[in-house]
Design a protein around this ligand. Sequence first.
Ligand SMILES: C[S@@+](CC[C@H](N)C(=O)[O-])C[C@H]1O[C@@H](n2cnc3c(N)ncnc32)[C@H](O)[C@@H]1O
Length: 385
Amino acid sequence: MISAMGELAVARVPYSVNETLQGFDQADVLALEYLQEEALLNTQSRVVMVNEPFGAMTCAVTKAMVALDGSLPTLWSDSHIAHLGLQHNAYANKLPLAHFVPAQKTPQGPFDLVLFRLPKSHALLRDQLQRILPQLTPSALIIMPIMVKHMDTAVYQLLESLLGTVTTSLARKKARLVFAGKPAGINSGKNKAALKQTLKPVETSWELPSYGLFLHHFSGVFSRTKLDAGAQVLLHLFPKGPFKKIIDLGCGNGIQAIFAAKKWPQCEVIGIDESYMSVASATINAKANGVAAQCAFIAGDCLTEIPSQSADLILCNPPFHQERVMGDQIAMRMFAQAAQVLTANGEFWVVGNRHLGYHVKLKRWFSRVEQVGAHPKFVVLKAQL
Ligand SMILES: C[S@@+](CC[C@H](N)C(=O)[O-])C[C@H]1O[C@@H](n2cnc3c(N)ncnc32)[C@H](O)[C@@H]1O
């Protein structure tokens, strides 16, 4: 990445020499140019970066702050992959590692500069803005680098409702900067208890009486307001078992993991998700549904950290996008890794949209693929080695 703040080696993670997508975009480059032109970094700067996908801007700011002998920036994100990206890119550029705060926690200010990449989820955007504003100094500047195609009226209106006056830079190379200050009135008149309250993330909860489940969600969790239709089809056609070692791959709120733990009280379940808010919500949910002793939820990228041949059942409702990048590349990595982690007689159960053609794709790694049930929109597939 070449910007006004110098040159950096920036990669996406998981790292691949064949990767065709970049780990940064022109909105990052525009933001770094603005920081440089306006001389916004100095030894006193307290900088927080929000939702950066691979830590490119965070590394550029770290480099500048190290040269100034200032403090390290903080990256605040819901993504474990972003955390890995930051680690990879800081190491590749021989930079100290910026502070990292997962999205269910709130970074402790005061900050005077915020570089905020807007997430796709409006619920997460609203929650993060509401929690970061009290952590800002009165004269703090919020810069939101964005690709023009992602700036629609709904986002703009949401920003105005939360931040008051919002201005934009001219567009360059299809990127823009959106600027805001700290709205007047935030913090004023609030006592310490009220301020502490703003540190807490927004939560939504609902019950599924037919499955005996109560589920709680932080703002970044998939399908946080209702049961996902695909998840429902998988719950309905659930494997017969019994099984001993189960993995819920891309666990979200932990629904499949918790249902499995309740169904087979002797089994051990691991739920994995790249969203920290999902892992935190699923952990709360396992406790609330009485299966905490059987379940462990971990932040991870697919099954990278899981030993080979260690699970006799893997359940998966795969993602169909990574933030704004649509496609089945993550699902394909999940399938390939599931084939490694499954025991010889193990079962890999996948629910997916009928049109995605998972039935054919799974055959790259599994010798037997069977459709166990269907729904007008979804199919449930059982794959075996
Ligand atoms: C379609 S949702 C399914 C959530 C839940 N299992 C359900 O059935 O409602 C897919 C989940 O995969 C997670 N995910 C995306 N990329 C991932 C990755 N590289 N490693 C692990 N989980 C990932 C997402 O955060 C999301 O929670």
